[in-house]
Design a protein around this ligand. Structure first.
Ligand SMILES: NC(=O)c1ccc[n+]([C@@H]2O[C@H](COP(=O)([O-])OP(=O)(O)OC[C@H]3O[C@@H](n4cnc5c(N)ncnc54)[C@H](O)[C@@H]3O)[C@@H](O)[C@H]2O)c1
Ligand SMILES: [Zn+2]
Length: 357
């Protein structure tokens, strides 16, 4: 069992990573609750809901299942879940359990953050990517005009990560989650990075997955503890994300997973970093690993001017200038302001390199 304690401005919470702990969630409660509402999606429910229910020794458990996918991070589903909570008489001493990937975590977390001005919630992540979303307390829903625009900082009371649930993930979701782990390795520690890049994803054991999740979560937890509200170093977690967000918006959500676009974004950030700092920074190593693991590696013919405009919508942009997270060394992230012309040149040479390989 691997455990990590995270401090926040309101309370501390424990992240536990282990096998088969989904059968015994009650062990991780920090107090007793009047009522428990499990929120999950229709792909996760048939696989794991019964396991969770079997371990909760109380009659006051209800559950609700919504369709899987990003579209439920909406005001409509948010309202529907508030209605479920009210109709089932949850009160301020109730608990919400978010059983699912990042979508369920963000949505159920935001419901918990605002139901009767905030009740406890527990994250039970079922995707690898959700190691990222379940830690750090960012909860949100989407607005028609953009992703995650309505939300809050609201940490869970516990995160319970059962790695056995990852066995049913489709390959593209494994790739998606691993890209974020690679990101955490790049911004923190060369040994961790090599450990991941050394082995194909299909050959990973549960022990290795636990170890990687633990290390990834530790990187994230350390950063958010120092910068809970994203005033400075939390930006480093956006390594690879400036281009990724632009790609996701341009392609439309659903054509590529979040992490797969982060993978291309990291390659681009390394392309610029290697030229800026004039040294090799694992561009080739990352490229080979991504290719061997079946990541889609192209910009999908998005017009470059369009990419630049979309990159400016990034939350890190300052006065219309794109700011990018680069690396001066593995484990040494920096934030650099980019001029449009320079960025265009970099995008052109990057595109050439991607197609030449
Ligand atoms: N709050 C944060 O800090 C933060 C950080 C990163 C991402 N996010 C958010 O996370 C979301 C993406 O999360 P995600 O990638 O986990 O997506 P997701 O929740 O949509 O899950 C991906 C797909 O896998 C299915 N699934 C989940 N667990 C499964 C399992 N064990 N076996 C089989 N199928 C399973 C889901 O039903 C879904 O179809 C985005 O909305 C993003 O904005 C938030
Ligand atoms: Zn991300």
């Amino acid at each position: 069992m691997k455990q990590l304690r995270v401090g926040t401005s309101t309370h501390d919470y424990t992240i536990t990573i282990d096998e088969n702990i989904r059968y015994d969630l009650q062990k991780f409660f920090t107090k007793s609750y009047s009522k428990i509402l499990i929120i999950t999606d229709d792909q996760v429910a048939p696989l794991y809901l019964d396991d969770i229910l079997a371990g909760l020794q109380t009659e006051n458990v209800i559950h609700t299942t919504i369709p899987s996918g990003e579209a439920t991070k909406s005001i409509e589903y948010y309202y529907q879940l508030q209605t479920v909570a009210l109709e089932n008489r949850l009160d301020r001493n109730s608990l919400i359990i978010a059983l699912g990937g990042g979508v369920i975590g963000d949505l159920a977390g935001f419901v918990a953050a605002t139901f009767m001005r905030g009740i406890d919630y527990m994250q039970v992540p079922t995707t690898i990517l959700a190691h990222d979303s379940s830690v750090g307390g960012k909860v949100a829903i989407n607005h028609e005009l953009g992703k995650n625009l309505i939300g809050s900082f609201y940490p869970p009371v516990a995160v319970v990560y059962d790695v056995n649930m990852m066995q049913t993930l489709p390959e593209n979701e494994i790739r998606s989650g691993y890209a974020e782990l690679v990101k955490e390795a790049f911004i923190s520690d060369k040994a961790f990075l090599q450990e991941i890049l050394n082995k194909p994803l299909s050959k990973l054991t549960n022990e290795e997955l636990k170890e990687h999740l633990y290390k990834g979560v530790k990187v994230k937890a350390k950063i958010v503890e120092q910068d809970e509200k994203e005033a400075n170093i939390r930006m480093f977690l956006n390594f690879g994300h400036t281009l990724a967000h632009a790609m996701e918006t341009s392609l439309g959500y659903g054509r590529i997973t979040h992490g797969e676009s982060v993978a291309v974004g990291m390659l681009f950030a390394l392309h610029i970093s290697e030229q800026t700092y004039n040294k090799p920074l694992y561009y080739d190593e990352l490229f080979d690993w991504l290719q061997n693991n079946g990541y889609p590696l192209s910009l999908f013919d998005i017009p470059l001017d369009n990419v630049i405009q979309l990159m400016k919508l990034d939350k890190k942009s300052l006065n219309q200038h794109i700011q990018m997270v680069l690396l001066s060394e593995i484990g040494e992230p920096t934030v650099e302001k980019m001029e449009d012309e320079q960025l265009k040149k970099m995008l052109q040479s990057f595109k050439k390199e991607l197609t030449a390989k």
